[in-house]
Design a binder for this molecule. Structure first.
Ligand code: NAD
Length: 297
């Protein structure tokens, strides 16, 4: 039977979430996505109107199908957490069941189980401020949206995740795997990646190890994170230095080419497959090797 993936953090066809969805679809997985509530309307409209059709084409020529789009706001675990101003906000009031707990419940109701969980979302309201100028609220918001959101998603989806299976051939080629996206600013100084976002990625990477232990022992689920190189996504453009980062990578990385989102998507498909059955708690670099450089050349 085909495997089912839930990918949190898809709102257009430019980001890593979309590319991961495509690679998993190409490997035969059924695709469910979680889309940030404020972005839901435009994403669904664009999908329906065929705006993404060109980028839905899979290697075999067929179009990726997204079985269902769930509204999601990963900074809220359940309805009790939601403040009044959000509840009454027009964009939020138009949808329902978008807290993490409710989304997991809806997916369980609709499909029973999933095999693959992907977290491809981040938000840091003060990302353009240096850490020394970041407010407590800005810092905590970055951690809430970019790090705890993963703990929460995994916690709520674990009960509906099918455990991984040993390598018995490609008929069971995907399953029992969870992953997130991180960035090297967690461990090296990247001026411009501010607002506590570097801190948030450090937390995400450390949590990857602890969660790998807990979910591995309890549920036989593998937990990994991909440290991706620079991509001109919507989120990255909002930070403001993405073109400089792409140029820097092309100039300095061992592999002097622009990174394509598909390269990250394909790594995600590998990590979700039994080919990666002994890989858990790992940070996997998909960055043309830039992380290995000690100095620019
Ligand atoms: P993206 O804009 O495609 O994805 C970010 C998504 O997060 C968006 O769809 C946005 O709607 C969603 N989001 C924000 N707050 C949310 C919330 N509270 N609840 C639910 N969804 C929310 O951009 P991307 O660059 O592909 O980002 C995906 C992941 O990749 C992020 O974790 C990012 O940090 C990571 N990453 C990106 C780069 C890069 O250069 N683009 C490099 C390394 C890592």
């Amino acid at each position: 039977a085909g495997k089912r993936a839930f990918i949190a953090g898809v709102a257009d066809d430019n980001g890593y979430g979309w590319a991961i969805a495509k690679s998993l679809a190409a490997a035969g997985a059924e695709i469910l996505v979680g889309t940030w509530v404020p972005a839901l309307n435009i994403f669904e409209t664009s999908l329906r109107r065929g705006k993404f059709d060109e980028s839905r084409v899979l290697p075999d020529g067929s179009l990726m199908e997204i079985t269902k789009v769930y509204p999601l706001d990963a900074v809220f675990d359940n309805l009790d957490d939601v403040p009044e101003d959000i509840k009454s906000n027009k964009r939020y009031a138009g949808s329902s069941n978008w807290t993490v707990k409710e989304v997991a419940e809806s997916v369980k109701q609709d499909f029973g189980s999933i095999d693959i969980l992907v977290h491809s979302l981040a938000n840091g309201p003060e990302v353009s401020k240096p850490l020394l100028e970041t407010s407590r609220n800005g810092y905590l918001a970055a951690l809430s949206a970019s790090s705890y959101s993963y703990v929460s998603l995994l916690k709520h989806f674990l009960p509906l995740m099918n455990p991984g299976m040993s390598f018995v051939g490609f008929s069971r080629s995907l399953g029992g795997s969870s992953l997130s996206l991180t960035y090297i600013a967690s461990e090296r100084i990247i001026p411009g990646y501010g607002g506590g976002m570097s801190s948030a990625k450090a937390a995400l990477e450390s949590d990857t190890k602890v969660l790998a232990f807990e979910a591995g022992r309890k549920n036989k689920i593998r937990v990994n994170t991909i440290s991706a190189g620079p991509l001109r996504s919507r989120a990255a453009k909002a930070i403001g230095f993405i073109d400089t980062m792409i140029e820097y990578s092309i100039a300095n990385a061992p592999l002097q080419k622009e990174l394509s989102a598909d390269e990250v998507g394909n790594t995600a498909a590998f990590l979700a497959s039994p080919l990666a059955s002994a890989i858990t708690g790992a940070v996997i670099y998909v960055d043309n090797g830039l992380n290995a450089m000690g100095v620019g050349v």
